[in-house]
Design a protein around this ligand. Structure first.
Ligand SMILES: NC(=O)c1ccc[n+]([C@@H]2O[C@H](COP(=O)([O-])OP(=O)(O)OC[C@H]3O[C@@H](n4cnc5c(N)ncnc54)[C@H](O)[C@@H]3O)[C@@H](O)[C@H]2O)c1
Length: 314
């Protein structure tokens, strides 16, 4: 059987490196597109159909890549939350323009599916509510804003071309990186596990009350695979665990796993509580993606243990 050809932009980034590996192992012919350097991991490289180096801002490069005629393109390039606060021209040249260029160029080369990674941050300030994909969007920072614009570009191509564009509104992923250089240690669960492991304490910058929905990287991959394989035309999916917990709860969970593994009771330090108002609990609903076959497989307990396994090997 002919393998489906999948192009992953940001293919050696934190999510992209894992997703490229996962899809290659699932039988797809994966091209991982990287910005500057091909990773040295022989095992990973051998699983890829192609690894290409280039800049998504270079339209000539995109034209060359489009000649390989992909079935599916997964777009994973964006500056992170902090970097997106930079100069608007620079930020939009990376977060926005490539979405448009890719769709413009690849839609003319028979692309069937375009999966765009957005963020749950496009919802903005959350109330006590169950957040489905039809919830109104109200980004509160440049990172969310650029993803909101990326989503609009996808919507435009759904209306005007034969490409099926699907938007993934991802919550907060975590998990040990595939490559050491992956930009992932600022992610809350990763950061707290590393702090626990090296500093033998967990210090929170807040009182621990902020809420998050954490989803393990391998579950993110499973979610994307279900979107690649569905023939349903839903255009937007929340990709989340569906479980909302506070930073304090996650810190306590890490402390508990640490005690089980290493027999050490870590000190957990929080900042002073600023206000005593009632905590608002929201839920990022994932029933739409579950309706096309997605299920989470990774518990927080497994994910935290896996991070400690990784740190032990460093
Ligand atoms: N990691 C998360 O928890 C999370 C949560 C919500 C949404 N997202 C979104 O998912 C996507 C992937 O996130 P990630 O954590 O893997 O990010 P990442 O920073 O690890 O990966 C992005 C990749 O894009 C590459 N890149 C940057 N500029 C480029 C350019 N001009 N040309 C070619 N490549 C370029 C970088 O080298 C990097 O490998 C992003 O759009 C991000 O906003 C991530």
């Amino acid at each position: 059987m002919v393998k489906q050809k999948v192009l992953v932009t940001g293919g050696v980034g934190y999510i992209g490196a894992r997703l490229s590996l996962y899809l290659a192992e699932a039988g797809y012919a994966v091209t991982a597109l990287c910005h500057s350097k091909i990773p040295s991991d022989k095992n990973w490289n051998e699983k890829m159909d192609k690894v290409l180096i280039g800049d998504l801002r270079d339209e000539n490069f995109l034209q060359e890549v489009a000649n390989y005629e992909y079935d599916c393109l997964i777009h994973l390039v964006s500056l992170d939350h902090h970097q997106s606060n930079g100069n608007p021209a620079h930020v939009s040249s990376i977060n926005i323009t490539p979405v448009w260029s890719l769709l413009d160029i690849f839609s003319k080369k028979g692309l069937k599916k375009f999966i765009y990674f957005s963020t749950a941050q496009v919802y903005g300030i959350l109330k006590e509510e169950v957040i489905t994909e039809s919830r109104s969007l109200s980004s509160q920072n440049p990172y969310g804003l650029t993803h909101q614009i990326g989503e609009l570009i996808c919507q435009y191509y759904n209306n005007t071309s034969s490409v099926n564009c699907h938007v993934v509104r991802l919550s907060n992923s975590y998990g040990a990186p595939i490559f050491e250089e992956n930009n992932c240690w600022w992610l809350v669960v990763n950061d707290l596990c590393r702090m626990a492991y090296y500093e033998k304490q967990i210090v929170l910058q807040s009182d621990g009350s902020p809420l998050r929905d954490f989803i393990h990287g391998w579950d993110v991959c499973a979610g994307v695979k279900s979107i690649i394989e569905t023939d349903k035309k839903h255009t937007v999916y929340n990709l989340s665990s569906g479980i909302t917990i506070s930073i304090l709860e996650i810190a306590k969970k890490i402390k508990e796993v640490f005690a089980q593994r290493y027999g050490v009771d870590l000190e957990l330090i929080t900042a002073e509580k600023k206000n005593s108002s009632k905590q608002i609990i929201y839920q990022l609903d994932n029933s739409l993606i579950r309706s096309i076959g997605f299920e989470t497989q990774w518990s927080l307990n497994d994910g935290i243990n896996d991070l400690f396994d990784y740190l032990e090997q460093q």
